[in-house]
Write a protein that binds this ligand. Structure first.
Ligand code: GH3
Ligand code: MG
Ligand code: MG
Ligand code: MG
Length: 315
């Protein structure tokens, strides 16, 4: 059934796949009411080293997806009791986009319209049962690879290459949405600009590569000192911008002062070098009429912090 060109038998395939660690840890959720069908798919996928999870209907599949993180791909049969494959796809698309969770629709009974319905509901692909092992493997791999490529491209487009923080463009994309919510009164925003002090000297003394490590160190500290819901971006060079969401007004100075002190007290090691840097931070804590205005205000506060002697927070 597998690789019918007679060059390999199943055991050889299993050995090769295991040795190359292909598909290790990739979870495939198979939603099908027929235990026979699930068993066939499980056996085929396990040959290729996938981890297979089974659901007897759409509801069970949703439960598994809500409980288990990092399911790589879903195979959804059409005819199932409780919740059929089409409903399952529609439900999943409310939370998981096509580029995050690929779904392949399956049906043994459906006529020519079933595949179209599945695709229209949001499935990435479709297979008619029964299918050859090769078709199953190729479609599963193809859909996983496409998802991986899109994830990589998205990372490259949205993140700063050096630090992994948001880049300027994605910062504004997300920041504008938060700002609109803040204008509606749904949340409080604080905008902060931060710049490493006398960074040119650091580059001159230790070299550009060590300078890069300092930038990464500061980026990590900044990111880990704030919440998941806050936006942290590298605006270029050694300058960072933060949008803080729902910080308690009495804590704002404290939050940024803690970041400043933490960086001042850190020793950053690179090779034989032990480096220390300080940062200046400007904060705008009053809602203005645009995000840009809040950034300008934070920038003015940063300028003030620099002028007053650096290594300080101005709010
Ligand atoms: P100030 O306290 O006034 O901010 O002094 P500064 O020396 O930090 O001045 P400024 O912000 O103007 O200089 C930033 C320097 O950062 C200039 C540039 O050589 C360096 N730089 C910009 N981007 C990078 C980078 O990606 N990596 C490294 N290593 N250095 C960078
Ligand atoms: Mg069925
Ligand atoms: Mg600087
Ligand atoms: Mg600068």
């Amino acid at each position: 059934y597998i690789l019918k060109d007679n060059r390999h038998n199943v055991q050889q395939v299993v050995d090769i796949v295991k040795r190359l660690q292909l598909n290790t840890g990739i979870k495939v959720l198979v939603a099908d009411d027929s235990s026979v069908s699930r068993k066939i798919i499980r056996d085929l996928l396990e040959v290729w080293n996938f981890t297979v999870l089974e659901a007897g209907d759409g509801r069970e599949a949703l439960d598994i997806l809500n409980r288990q993180d990092r399911i790589g791909i879903v195979l959804a049969d059409y005819n199932m009791p409780e919740m059929d494959g089409m409903e399952l796809v529609k439900e999943l698309r409310r939370t998981f986009s096509k580029t995050r969770l690929p779904i392949i629709g399956l049906s043994g009974a459906g006529g020519a319209t079933t595949s179209a319905h599945f695709l229209k509901a949001g499935a990435n692909d479709y297979m008619h049962k029964p299918f050859l092992a090769e078709e199953l493997y190729c479609r599963v791999r193809h859909n996983l690879e496409t998802t991986e490529y899109i994830l990589t491209i998205r990372e490259l487009a949205e993140k700063d290459f050096l630090t992994g923080l948001l880049n300027r463009r994605s910062f504004f994309n997300s920041g504008e949405k938060l700002f609109a919510n803040a204008l509606r009164g749904n949340l409080n925003l604080v905008v902060s600009m931060m710049d490493i002090d006398h960074f040119k000297k650091c580059n001159d003394k230790y070299g550009h590569d060590a300078g890069d490590e300092v930038i990464c160190f500061v980026a990590d500290r900044l990111k880990s000192s704030l919440r998941q819901s806050d936006l942290v971006a590298r605006f270029g060079g050694e300058e960072f911008c933060v949008v803080g969401v729902n910080m308690h007004s009495e804590n704002i100075t404290e939050v940024f002062e803690k970041i400043r002190a933490d960086i001042e007290n850190s020793v950053i090691r690179s090779g034989e070098h032990e480096m220390r840097v300080t940062v200046s931070i400007g904060v705008c804590s009053t809602l203005k009429s645009s995000l840009e205005e809040m950034i300008t205000c934070a920038d003015d506060m940063l300028y003030k912090a620099k002028n007053q002697g650096r290594n300080q927070v101005c709010v």
